[in-house]
Write a protein that binds this ligand. Structure first.
Ligand code: ARG
Length: 399
């Protein structure tokens, strides 16, 4: 086989050895594509590295704005967390990277797209299904799935081919980063009983002391963050600033056992300071503004949406419909949230909005109370009728 393959290149071990292997195995030239979703690496350096290893072309795509607008905004609106914990940073970036690969494959006249995912993970599913949904005609090459080698052997292969890698045999973590979060797996973390060593954390290193509590305010407009401490700044800057400030308190660490789509349980460590603060703030603002029925119904759809993202089903009609629902639900989600940062955690301490449904006259227990207690009795009478009837028929199990 010959032709051209467009490879999602990260500069890491797996994708680096893939450049050589694709040429060896398929006789294909490799175009390395670096999709910038806000990972902190030096992309210029990685760009050059791809060429040094043997890629015929290297391309950097700045996808940060698109990532925020089309992937992070929907996740804030829908409070997306997989299994109630993981804000989906890695999972959200995959369909966007797949889309960029397809765009470049078409531009370059390539007949294949390649990625460095292993056969055990979720990312292969997200790439494959994403690519097939956008361009079923493209062949998909996944070297780490076709060429089963251990991490140690991969390091050996790299050494033999003069490929530099930052991973050493002593700290073999697999790390994925973008502006929504950092995911860490492998190494001693694979034993769920092991406490994560402090050196795996990068975004949430505690530099603040207990005494240095701090208050911040986030303003939302139609479910989207638009201001920080009463200053209108771009959502990108809000996310960056929150990752830094919340991170410095040690906020945003998640240690979980997660159910992968491929049926395996895995131990994952995440650092997502901005995502944690923004999703919680957004949820609290929604509690003030949205009516009970909408909030409760939305919970169910949020869970479905998070699952769909995790399962790699981004380019689907269901996602479009869920997004439409979430967008509509945000018509009045405009207001402010006040947050207190403390060591290792944060609290929402205040919320306000012109669209608040909170009625002080109804809620208060003091003498300004406007609530008419006579309404309650009749309401409860109707509410409980069914159970009274069941009781009379002896059909209530009173245990
Ligand atoms: N378990 C997470 C997910 O499926 C994170 C995967 C992280 N990938 C990595 N190369 N470390 O979304």
């Amino acid at each position: 086989m010959s032709g051209k393959a467009v490879l999602a290149y990260s500069g890491g071990l797996d994708t680096s050895i893939s450049i050589k292997w694709i040429k060896e195995k398929y006789g294909m030239d490799v175009v390395a594509v670096l999709v910038d979703c806000g990972q902190p690496e030096d992309l210029k350096e990685i760009y050059v590295k791809a060429l040094k290893i043997g890629a015929i072309k290297s391309v950097i795509v700045d996808a940060k704005d698109e990532f925020i607008k089309n992937y992070i905004f929907p996740s804030i609106k829908a409070n997306l967390k997989y299994e109630k914990k993981y804000p989906l940073a890695t999972a959200l970036a995959r369909p966007l990277i797949a889309k960029k690969l397809v765009d470049i494959a078409r531009k370059e006249g390539a007949n294949a797209v390649a990625h460095g995912c292993t056969a055990k993970g979720n990312d292969q599913v997200r790439f494959d299904v994403g690519i097939r949904s956008l361009a079923p005609e493209l062949k998909i090459i996944a070297p780490q799935r076709e060429w089963i080698i251990s991490r140690e052997e991969a390091l050996e292969y790299a050494k033999k081919n003069n490929i530099e890698v930052s991973v050493t045999k002593k700290s073999p973590y697999s790390i994925d980063e973008n502006l929504w979060g950092r995911s860490v797996e492998c190494g001693i973390l694979e034993d769920p009983w092991n406490e994560p060593p402090d050196d795996i954390y990068k975004w949430s290193k505690i530099t603040k002391k207990d005494r240095e509590n701090e208050y911040i305010e986030i303003g939302f407009e139609n479910g989207i963050p638009v201001s920080l401490n009463n200053k209108n700044i771009s959502p990108a800057e809000i996310i960056k600033s929150l990752n830094e400030t919340a991170g410095s308190y040690g906020i945003g660490r998640i240690d979980m056992i997660e159910n992968r789509l491929v049926g395996i349980k895995s131990r994952e460590i995440y650092e997502s300071p901005a995502a944690e603060v923004l999703i919680e703030s957004h949820m609290q603002l929604e509690s003030l503004i949205l009516d009970r029925e909408l909030v409760h119904y939305k919970y169910g759809l949020e869970e479905k949406f998070a699952e769909l993202v995790y399962y790699g089903l981004w380019f689907t009609p269901l996602k479009d419909c869920l997004c439409a629902f979430m967008d509509k639900s945000q018509d009045f989600v405009t207001g402010k949230v006040r947050i207190k940062f403390e060591k290792k955690h944060f609290k929402i301490v205040g919320r306000k909005s012109d669209y608040s449904l909170y009625d002080m006259g109804l809620a208060t227990y003091d003498k300004s109370d406007k609530f008419d207690p006579s309404h309650s009795e009749s309401f409860i009478k109707l509410w409980g009728y069914t159970y009274e009837i069941l009781a009379k028929k002896g059909r209530i199990n009173g245990k």
